[in-house]
Design a binder for this molecule. Structure first.
Ligand code: NAI
Ligand code: A1CAB
Length: 267
């Protein structure tokens, strides 16, 4: 199978790295194209067997599976340049473009796969929504490819925003909260930010290992750590009183942005 990647920014280059470093796709089976050619060249400097396509059209003509990895409002221009057939598969990686709208806009088979930055470390989830016309062969190919570096999970169109908030935006949201916890440790306890960061990183890696090995669920973890009459309980009460509806507000903000993006994207 020949893979084509349009847009080699954060996600296009992350996917190229993950395909090659996990052994899922060989570099000589991948063609890339980016509007700013220097960005595509940077990837080719790392993986010399990658092909740089001269245009979006040419990439479309020579690939079986084409990934669009540009920002949502650039989808229309990219799709205009592609002439695809029913024996090809177009993959969108962005949530505001629905699979149904993509199917109306192109003649190829269609899938949406929302990745996560965590896939770069061959971990985390990739969210799959298949179009109605997808063949078993492409389904199998894409699921087995993404299994090399992620846990593919099928997701219904109506749940894509919350699912993507957890899987794809989650690293940024939790990263932000963790930075706040480090900063507060420095302010309250006088520990250096560097030292607090090292402690935090090791705690998170340990927490992930507990989850990975299925030793404890989240409720079990909270119960085990909260010693009766101890400090964790006091800290949890303070958190509960101060966290308020922070996460509800966050989900509302992402849903509203998603809704506005959907209204403004015309394919
Ligand atoms: N950043 C993330 O963690 C995630 C992003 N996504 C989705 O991935 C998409 C891309 O996001 P990023 O990679 O973060 O953005 P980015 O801005 O880093 O990359 C976009 C790339 O597309 C290129 N580009 C723009 N128009 C083009 C055109 N007409 N032809 C070829 N190349 C073109 C730009 O030069 C840039 O290199 C977005 O739609 C986003 O919703 C999905 C999951 C996670
Ligand atoms: O910020 C964004 O729009 C993208 C979508 C998922 C993660 N980042």
């Amino acid at each position: 199978m020949k893979y084509g990647i349009i847009g080699t920014g954060n996600m296009g280059s992350m996917l190229t790295h993950a395909f090659i470093s996990s052994g899922a796709v060989r570099a000589n089976n991948i063609a890339i194209y980016n509007r700013t050619p220097a960005k595509a060249q940077e990837l080719k400097n790392e993986f010399s067997e990658l092909a740089i396509a001269p245009s979006i059209k040419e990439l479309g003509n020579t690939s079986d599976i084409i990934f669009i990895c540009v920002k949502p409002h650039h989808y229309e221009a990219v799709i205009e340049d592609l002439t695809l057939s029913s024996s090809q598969c177009l993959v969108s990686i962005t949530s505001p473009v629905s699979v149904a709208d993509l199917e109306k806009a192109v003649s190829s088979q269609v899938v949406r796969i929302v990745p996560s930055i965590t896939n770069r470390a061959h971990a985390g989830v990739s969210l799959f929504t298949f179009g109605d016309n997808i063949t078993e062969a492409f389904k199998k190919e894409l699921l087995s490819t993404f299994e090399f570096f992620s846990k593919p999970v099928e997701i219904e169109e109506e749940h894509i925003r919350v699912a993507s908030d957890i899987v794809s935006c989650g690293p940024a949201f939790l990263g932000f909260l963790i930075e706040n916890m480090i900063d507060s440790a420095h302010k309250i306890g006088g520990i250096s930010e560097d030292k607090a960061t090292v402690l935090m990183e090791e705690m998170i890696i340990g927490l992930a290992a507990l989850l990975d090995k299925k030793i404890y669920s989240f409720p079990e973890l909270i119960k085990k750590v909260t010693v009766k009459g101890g400090v964790t309980g006091e800290g949890l009460v303070a958190l509960e009183e101060n966290i308020d509806d922070a996460f509800l507000a966050m989900y509302q903000a992402t849903h509203y942005k998603h809704y506005r993006d959907k209204l403004s994207i015309k394919l």
